[in-house]
Write a protein that binds this ligand. Structure first.
Ligand code: ZN
Length: 244
C-alpha cells in the first residue's frame, strides 16, 4: 500500500496538483492539516483532496476558519486570509472542514499522525531536539508524522540509545521505518519555509515500511497572481517565491 503524505497545503492548488502528478500512483492520501489558510484556492484544494481515499486532520488554520480556534493566536496577515476563506468557502466545503475533528490519529501499521505535536496537537511547533524528545516520549507508536512548521525534518530516537538524532531529509532516498522511534515532518505543500520554494511531500510504502521525502517544482507565479487578485497581504504573496 502506497500512501501520499501531505501537510500544510494552504489552499495552493498549483502546488497540490504538481504533487499529485509527481507522486505517481498511490492508494490513500494522509493529510496532516492546514488544507486552507494563506492561499487563494481553498474550495479547489478541498474538492481535489476529496476525490481520493483521504485521511485528513484539522490544523490550526482549518479550526480557525471553522470558527473553532481563537484568531488572536494568528498574525494579522493570517487572520485576513482566514476571514476571506470563511467567506469564500462553499457551505458544503465549510461543512467538510467542520467535520475534521481530529488533530491527531493513531493509524494501523504503527504510525501516528498529528498536525503540530502530541503535547499540543494543533499548536506546538517542533523545531528542535528538546521539543522532539518530549514528544518522542509521548508517542505510543514507533513512527509519528507531523506538520505545522513547514520545515521538513526527521528526529530519531534509536531503540538502544537515549539520544535524539536530527537527520537532514534527503530527497528521493527512501529511509526504513524500523524499531527506532521517529518523528518525521514532510514539510509543506503550499507554503514551504525552508528556503526552497518547491512543494514538499512524502510517500510512505506500508509494505516495504519506507518513507521517501520528495520535492516538486510548481508554477509559483500562477498562485501569486490569484493572491494578488484576491488582495492578499503582499508579504504572503512574496514569501512563496523564496520558500520562506
Ligand atoms: Zn500551516
Amino acid at each position: 500500500m502506497r500512501i501520499l503524505v501531505t501537510s500544510d497545503i494552504h489552499a495552493n492548488l498549483a502546488a497540490l496538483d504538481a504533487v499529485l502528478k509527481d507522486a505517481g500512483s498511490f492508494d490513500q492520501v494522509w493529510c496532516l492539516g492546514d488544507t486552507v489558510g494563506y492561499g487563494p484556492e481553498p474550495n479547489e484544494c478541498i474538492n481535489r483532496l476529496r476525490e481520493f481515499d483521504l485521511i485528513c486532520l484539522a490544523g490550526n488554520h482549518d479550526l480557525a476558519v471553522a470558527g473553532k480556534a481563537a484568531l488572536w493566536d494568528f498574525t494579522q496577515d493570517a487572520q485576513e486570509v482566514i476571514f476571506w476563506t470563511r467567506h469564500w468557502l462553499t457551505s458544503n466545503n465549510l461543512d467538510w472542514l467542520n467535520s475534521l475533528t481530529n488533530t491527531s490519529l493513531v493509524m494501523d501499521h504503527g504510525i501516528t499522525l498529528v498536525h503540530g505535536s502530541l503535547r499540543d496537537p494543533a499548536w506546538e511547533y517542533i523545531t528542535d531536539n528538546n521539543a522532539a524528545k518530549i514528544n518522542l516520549d509521548l508517542i505510543t507508536t514507533p513512527i509519528c508524522l507531523n506538520g505545522h512548521t513547514h520545515f521538513p525534518a526527521i528526529y530519531r530516537k534509536p531503540w538502544d540509545d537515549w539520544r535524539i538524532l536530527e537527520e537532514q531529509p534527503q530527497v528521493n532516498s527512501p529511509i526504513r521505518l524500523t524499531l527506532d522511534r521517529m518523528l518525521i515532518n514532510p514539510g509543506s505543500v503550499g507554503q514551504p519555509r525552508d528556503e526552497d520554494p518547491r512543494a514538499a511531500y512524502a510517500i510512505v510504502d506500508i509494505d516495504a515500511m519506507t518513507y521517501t521525502f520528495r520535492r516538486v517544482q510548481y508554477d509559483v507565479s500562477s498562485t501569486q497572481k490569484l493572491m494578488k487578485q484576491a488582495n492578499f497581504p503582499s508579504r504572503l504573496i512574496r514569501r512563496l517565491r523564496f520558500g520562506q
